[in-house]
Ligand binder design. Structure first.
Ligand code: TK8
Length: 339
């Protein structure tokens, strides 16, 4: 194709697109979006939900309004997921780990030590594998719009520093409501107890449990330092959050309205990751200043944890399907410069 012809084709395509786009703006109707999340308003999650709300209002000329409801006031993750499926609530953001009961493929993200760093997580989550896993939600009545960073998880407890997995013996450790987490921490010797996040602070305060694991940001924003003395750095798993929409409601939106939400979701993902990483980079200092005793688990001991957890991986492969497991391993090898 010569240059002139190429230019003409491009101009015609642009012309054809301009007309429907102009019409689309008028297609946006008034909507109230109830958007629930589990952490408090001062958290990284709260900040990103606010950012999303602003983007949606701006892009829709104020017609689409987001009512953000944090601190699990609409219920813990699993309850909100059901409200979305039933159409009683429009949107939420929460851990992928709490979705495994609905979409088993989500367990891929619970694989201990799956990602070595945030760049690997971004590449896989935002690439075809992340999309494939997210698309699985649709047959269950949910639409996944974007993955956000919850982050690499670390251990806290009120008993002692954990320097090797044997130190977890006898520690009652809260885990998310998810079998991979339950298996993983039982395998490491802890007394793992599944609890919704909304009950966690009180459970730590009343010593119903001795410890928990979450990214630095959450330990800080949820004030776990008030009820936990020891922070042991393990980075044992990278935990994503996912923005969800009720499919029942989504299917009733027109293309213009769907585009407003999809674009704002992408923008909020970028905002959230940047904000979360900036906060995490200084969080250890902040947590020490709040009185936590912090220890880094030695590399050799992290390697022992990893080895011990390999048998958990086998179970994940079986439940998500070996094709998806192998595809992910191959993509990671490629990212790491292997063949
Ligand atoms: C917030 C949870 C939280 C998660 C957990 O609703 O439960 O520990 O890390 O972020 O999804």
């Amino acid at each position: 194709m010569n240059f002139l012809r190429r230019t003409l084709v491009a101009a015609t395509v642009a012309g054809a697109l301009a007309a429907p786009f102009a019409a689309l703006a008028q297609d946006i109707k008034p909507h109230l979006i109830r958007f629930g999340y589990g952490l408090n308003e001062q958290s990284n999650q709260g900040r990103a939900v606010r950012f999303f709300a602003e983007q949606v209002e701006k892009a829709s000329g104020g017609k689409m309004k987001v009512r953000a409801i944090g601190a699990a006031a609409l219920g813990p993750d699993v309850q909100m997921q059901q409200a979305l499926i039933g159409g009683a609530q429009e949107m939420m953001v929460g851990s992928t780990a709490t979705l495994v009961g609905i979409t088993k493929e989500m367990a891929l993200w619970d694989t201990p030590f799956l990602f070595n760093n945030a760049a690997e997580a971004d590449a896989i989550l935002d690439g075809p594998i992340g999309q494939k896993v997210s698309d699985k939600l649709q047959e269950k009545g949910l639409v996944g719009l974007a993955y956000w960073e919850n982050g690499f998880r670390n251990l806290t407890n009120s008993k002692r520093p954990v320097t090797k997995f044997e130190d977890l013996q006898g520690i009652k450790l809260r885990v998310m409501q998810n079998n991979v987490y339950l298996d993983s921490f039982q395998t490491l010797g802890a007394n793992a107890i599944p609890l919704p996040f909304s009950e966690l602070f009180t459970a730590l305060e009343t010593k119903t449990v001795d410890g928990q694991e979450n990214p630095y940001n959450t330990i800080l924003s949820s004030k776990f330092f008030e009820v936990q003395k020891y922070l042991s750095i393990t980075n044992h798993v990278y935990s994503p959050w996912i923005m969800l929409v009720s499919k029942k409601w989504w299917d009733g939106l027109n293309k213009a309205e769907q585009k407003v939400l999809a674009d704002a979701a992408k923008a909020s993902r970028d905002f959230e990751r940047k904000d979360t990483r900036a906060e995490a980079a200084k969080a250890v200092g902040d947590l020490k200043a709040k009185g936590m005793q912090v220890n880094e688990v030695p590399v050799a001991e992290v390697a022992r944890m990893r080895d011990r957890l390999v048998k958990v991986n086998a179970g994940i492969g079986v439940s998500i399907g070996m094709d998806l497991w192998n595809e992910t391993q191959a993509a990671l090898t490629k990212l790491r410069g292997g063949k």
